[in-house]
Design a protein around this ligand. Structure first.
Ligand SMILES: C[C@@](CO)(OP(=O)(O)O)[C@H](O)COP(=O)(O)OP(=O)(O)OC[C@H]1O[C@@H](n2ccc(N)nc2=O)[C@H](O)[C@@H]1O
Ligand SMILES: Nc1ncnc2c1ncn2[C@@H]1O[C@H](COP(=O)(O)OP(=O)(O)O)[C@@H](O)[C@H]1O
Length: 277
């Protein structure tokens, strides 16, 4: 096989509860991951070294590069005796709460699995993915899933998703480690699980509004008031439900139909807006 190309999608978190700090420094969380139609592109081919190229100036090229980390883990775990060249076309904003880096890491695992014809199944790729980052296992299968543990325990959910989605990224990069490190934990004792709430109310946005929260909103909105203003503006523009994704700074809105595309785009002039139908 000459080369393999895959698309790696962004995600949103439809609700995010941070439950407790664990002895290993991570936090147990509860979230609904939902894949959205915004994609990076990855191409891999065999090479004599492990090489990486990208069209983005924002992706780190050192040890923090998640595509390189994925490739090294894959090559070591299968005892492969060649290298790979990875090309990443970056579309998903970086440090935006959309999981782009994690998705690219999963995309590299999936692409290399095809390139080297290992025959490894999704469960094995999920195990490798968990070594790279908490959000990476979700992206092996994508779709919609209920996640627990540090985010790596995935239960796929079958849902007919009824909304168009608008994403607004206000050009503010937020470090996930900073967000977890500065969060004041809230008490979720006695609440129904996000999975139950999501399944019961996916077609009832008024109830989603009342019951689904993202614990990072308070912290991020207080440091960056412009992020909170996006949520209010999305409701003014007709969103049925709106929430910040992950540790921010992207805010998403669910709409039944989008008839005011021009108005939405001009309301957020200067920000990156994605209208996903
Ligand atoms: C907040 C979320 C919600 O989906 O997403 P993003 O906003 O980053 O997209 C995730 O929990 C982000 O997961 P991910 O981005 O994979 O995090 P990792 O690389 O594993 O960890 C980065 C750092 O975040 C903290 N961390 C991460 C996950 C977790 N459950 N508890 C934590 O405390 C740790 O300090 C860790 O060193
Ligand atoms: N392929 C990649 N794309 C984006 N970021 C990457 C990548 N590889 C490593 N990173 C690092 O991961 C960090 C988190 O990026 P990203 O996954 O886009 O954000 P988030 O965790 O907010 O969803 C970035 O600040 C960057 O340093």
């Amino acid at each position: 096989m000459e080369s393999v190309k895959v698309l790696s999608p962004a995600k949103i978190n439809i609700g995010l509860r941070v439950l407790r700090k664990r002895p290993d420094g991570y936090h147990d969380i509860e979230t609904i991951f939902h894949e959205v139609k915004l994609f990076d592109e990855i191409e891999v081919e065999v090479s004599d070294r492990i090489e990486f190229e990208t069209d983005s100036s924002e992706v780190p090229l050192d040890f923090e590069n998640l595509c390189l980390r994925s490739a090294r883990i894959f090559i070591e775990s299968f005892g492969i005796h060649s290298g790979v060249r990875i090309f990443l076309k970056k579309v998903i904003p970086v440090g935006a709460g959309l999981g782009g880096g994690s998705s690219d890491a999963a995309g590299v695992l999936k692409a290399l699995n095809i390139l080297f014809e290992t025959g490894a199944d999704g469960d094995f790729l999920c195990e490798l993915a968990g070594l790279i980052g908490s959000d990476v296992p979700f992206f092996i299968r994508g779709g919609t899933a209920y996640a627990t543990g540090r985010g790596e325990v995935i239960e796929p959910l079958q849902v007919d998703f009824p909304y168009k989605i608008v994403l607004v990224y206000p050009n503010i990069k937020i470090s996930t480690a900073w967000a977890y490190g500065n969060l004041k934990l809230r008490d979720h004792a006695g609440k129904r699980s996000l999975k139950e709430i999501f399944i019961q109310y996916i077609n009832s946005p008024e109830n989603l509004k009342m019951e689904i929260e993202n614990d990072f909103e308070e912290l991020v909105f207080s440091h960056y008031p412009e992020v909170g203003k996006i949520k209010a503006k999305l409701y003014e523009l007709g969103a049925l439900f709106s929430l910040m994704s992950g540790s921010g700074s992207t805010v998403f809105g669910f709409f039944d139909e989008i008839r005011n595309e021009e108005e939405i785009l001009s309301a957020f002039g200067g920000y990156r807006v994605f209208i996903l139908r």
